[in-house]
Design a protein around this ligand. Sequence first.
Ligand code: GLN
Length: 436
Amino acid sequence: MAASSIDALSKPTVWHEFSPLANTSNAVNLGQGFPNWDPPNFVVSSMVDSVQTPGTATNQYCRPNCHLPLANALADEYNERPSWSHLTVDPMTNVMSSLGCTQVMYCAFRALLEKGDEVVLLEPAFDIYGSQVILMGGVPKFVSLKTDLSGAALTSNDVFTFDFDALEAAISEKTRVLVLNTPHNPTGKMYSREELTKISSIVSKYPNLVVFSDEVYEHIVFDPEESPHISFATLPNMWDRTLTMSSAGKTFSTTGWKVGWAIGPDDLIKKMTDLQQWVNFSSPSVTQDTIARCLKKAREPYEGFKTFYDWLAADYKKRRGVLEASLTAAGISPISPQGGFFICADTSKLTFPDSVYEEESLSAPSPMPRDWALARYMTHTNPKVAVIPPSPFYSAENVDQAKNYVRFAFCKTDDLLDEAKTRLATIDKSGDLEKK
Ligand code: GLN
């Protein structure tokens, strides 16, 4: 199973194509989602403190579950959230850490899936989910969010809505896992309590079904009154069947440190830990130790804000505003995200030369989807701003739903966002890029 499943996935991914294309084209890179700034000073100095702590604890192996200081810091963090007050996270049994949310999810799939088990994914879905399911011999079942680009003032929560009938139809006794992602990549949608409650009533019918809730953008939330971040695990009776997954990468601008975690019931966490002890034994202690320190400091006042988390959300909200204004001025309607650091924008009015479809692409499906061709054209010719096509977030049969939008990242410094504004202004607002 393993070798052939890897062969099937051996193609380069969209991430391999667009960052190099951005570099060779001298494009402003608003493609791959990584901050192009250094981590905050308190994060860097925490790393130094961790490495220099006397004794061996931070520089040698840690427990396969999670480095104990990180487990304690995470338990404190979740136990102090008002919305988690009816739950108790035990640092010894309810916390698991691995190399980013990606490896946490890998361990969870590997620990739970038997060959042929089905996993329901809500598309657009981050491309790694489906690939991991295939690697395990599982079967991804895709349910599309309904996409309506026709509204006047577009927000991601208005544009991307649930088709509960389709979700209900896709879930069966064969479903082992449902993957949720809120705030959502690529759309920035945040699942409402009403939506999550409906999902919980569907999954309640299937005792064997486990929910993975990917919440890596949980601290980048723009309107917490109107659209608060809600963890699925906190809904009535959902704790026992939910693995809440998150990471430090987005919150502390440390995507390369790959510190991720799962919070969940003893039996699920134990399965993942049992697996990890035979794979990498344990994850790096130093980065976990650093993030344990950062989680404590993040709740303290920062740069005039009540907490670092408040500052982070406000800083990203400002960047969202800058990029949305640039897109609107360029005639590309942004679909305003409620959370995360991506903006999807309606590109239906843009045209480009047909020859782009014939270009050699490292990773595009054949035939090249419209969003992919447009993303290439925007990256290498006009306006030389790199973006990500959303089609890799869709299954082959639904790839058409991606054709009229692309994704822009705004986890980028002011100078880059300013330069993007200047370049985006060169897009022909009459809707015909071809004549440029
Ligand atoms: N999560 C980031 C994004 O969506 C990075 C993805 C990746 O590099 N695999 O852009």
